[in-house]
Design a protein around this ligand. Structure first.
Ligand SMILES: [Zn+2]
Length: 479
């Protein structure tokens, strides 16, 4: 049956490439992926999936389901873009529309590959060769609001047996390493305006509060665990020097290796904010935009994904694609390869040396990184605490392509990205079908999951009753 599935995906690839390119063209920001989510949901509805649109108070979140039997396999698809990264599919920087969003994280490929896999698995269920239910989880706003966390709190993952997903990368590997748990939060200070020279004594500066908050957090760094990370941008700081700003805002990411660590650090950041408000006689409003957990690994599923990656193999590239890669690499920072190596787990670095002079990853990497936490966060982590989950990456760009860059946008909209996407669809399909064929494997993955959860139960980083930050982003993005 595997051969039939691979053949079907191969034969239908133009259809999925078209969907990916459409989403790439829409380049919609998180929580506002209206056309992208609609395209995916309509395609699934057209072939017989039942759709629940707008779940968890997010209009662009949805669940598409096919089948009535157990087990229930979820494939998680993302489709949000990033601000300011508009770029044509060219190896030189050329925005299609200056300042407009672009798919710098390849979520266009991400969503389309998951859709293709769901369609392939549906075909297998329909033919009666396997039994079970396949679901596409349309998970919005990975980049800005941790859409999956809100979906978990709304209970839409409650009956899922196994979750699978992937991510575009520049190499082919099972993502066995951990990522950091995180809070995504805005502090908005309100003060009292005044003439900055005429009667400054009547003013209470919200900008002072922002600055003091940042100073406080920079002192806090010395007294937090070394692997934690705090970073911020000032998103509002006043209008003119001669007006005491009564409204200022700073946007923070607070990260640490585990949910427990970040839950210990976050209240300390809140205290700093309160302290800054107290010092400046301003008021602070805390706007929680999201929060995500670290990943709970599932080695049973990681091994399964690795096996399927070996079956599918790496992409082959044309002379034209190699030429494109050589050209775009000229725009990378000078030491880009060494810089990339430095982000990898120590144990993986000797293996990665082989890519130093290559345009593309031409192998399936062995599993590495188990037990190691890399910088960065993902809301996929949250799902790993409520269902057994594993994910992998396929090469969708030339080696060393910086994340969230115009170079990534360019490749995610052309054949280099498409190849990684079709491979991902094949791997997801083969893995899901094996799970549907083999109940003992589902049981093994679930047993591993249950044992881990028993030791450390999940507590959502998102407080009970909190709602997705749609109004905040509506305002920010002028939607
Ligand atoms: Zn991403």
């Amino acid at each position: 049956m595997s051969d039939k599935i691979l053949e079907w995906l191969e034969k239908n690839q133009e259809k999925f490439i078209k969907i990916s390119d459409e989403i790439w063209g829409y380049a919609e920001l998180g929580l506002f992926e209206k056309k992208s989510s609609r395209l995916l949901a309509d395609t699934l509805a057209d072939i017989g999936f039942t759709i629940k649109m707008g779940v968890a108070d997010m209009p662009t979140a949805f669940v598409a389901s096919y089948g009535t039997e157990d087990p229930i396999i979820a494939i998680l698809g993302e489709y949000d873009a990033l601000p300011g990264l508009s770029q044509a599919t060219e190896p030189v920087k050329r925005p299609i529309e200056e300042g407009a969003p672009g798919h710098g994280c390849g979520h266009n490929l991400f969503g389309a590959a998951c859709l293709a896999a769901c369609l392939a698995v549906k075909k297998a269920i329909e033919s009666g060769e396997v039994k079970g239910t396949i679901r596409f989880y349309g998970t919005p706003a990975e980049e800005n609001a941790d859409g999956k966390g809100w979906m978990i709190n709304a209970g839409v993952f409650d009956d899922v047996d196994i979750s699978l997903t992937w991510h575009p990368w520049d190499v082919n590997f099972v993502i066995a390493n951990n990522f950091q748990a995180m809070y995504n939060v805005v502090f908005r200070f309100k003060g009292q305006t005044a003439h900055a020279a005429g009667d400054p004594f009547n003013g209470r500066s919200a900008l002072d509060a922002v600055e003091l908050m940042n100073v406080g957090c920079n002192y806090l760094r010395e007294h937090m665990i070394p692997d934690a990370r705090i970073h911020y941008v000032i998103t509002k700081g006043g209008q003119a020097p001669n007006i005491v700003p009564d409204d200022a805002e700073v946007w923070y990411y607070v990260r640490a290796p585990t949910l427990k660590d970040v839950k210990a650090l976050y209240p300390r950041v809140l205290k700093v904010a309160e302290g800054a408000a107290l010092m400046t006689e301003t008021e602070v409003d805390v706007i929680l935009l999201g929060g995500s957990a670290n990943l709970l690994p599932n080695e049973t599923l990681e091994d399964l994904l690795h096996k399927k990656m070996e079956v599918v193999g790496p992409s082959q590239y044309t002379e034209e694609e190699l030429k494109f890669a050589r050209q775009i690499r000229k725009t990378f920072p000078k030491n880009f390869f060494d810089n990339t190596l430095a982000t990898l787990p120590q144990e993986a670095r000797p293996f990665f040396e082989q890519f130093r002079d290559k345009e593309f990853c031409d192998v399936i990497c062995p599993i590495f990184g188990r037990g190691i936490t890399l910088g960065g966060s993902t809301d996929v982590g949250d799902v790993s605490w409520v269902t057994p989950l594993a994910q992998f990456a396929t090469a969708c760009g030339t080696i060393g392509t910086p994340g969230h860059s115009w170079q990534a946008v360019a490749q995610n909209g052309m054949s280099i990205g498409h190849k990684g996407m079709i491979n991902a669809a094949k791997i997801l399909s083969l893995a899901a079908i094996e799970l549907l064929q083999n109940p003992e494997l589902v049981e093994k993955a679930r047993k591993e999951f249950k044992e881990k959860i028993k030791k450390t139960p999940f507590e959502s980083p998102l407080p009970d009753g909190a709602k997705p930050p749609i109004d905040y982003y509506k305002n920010l993005y002028k939607q």
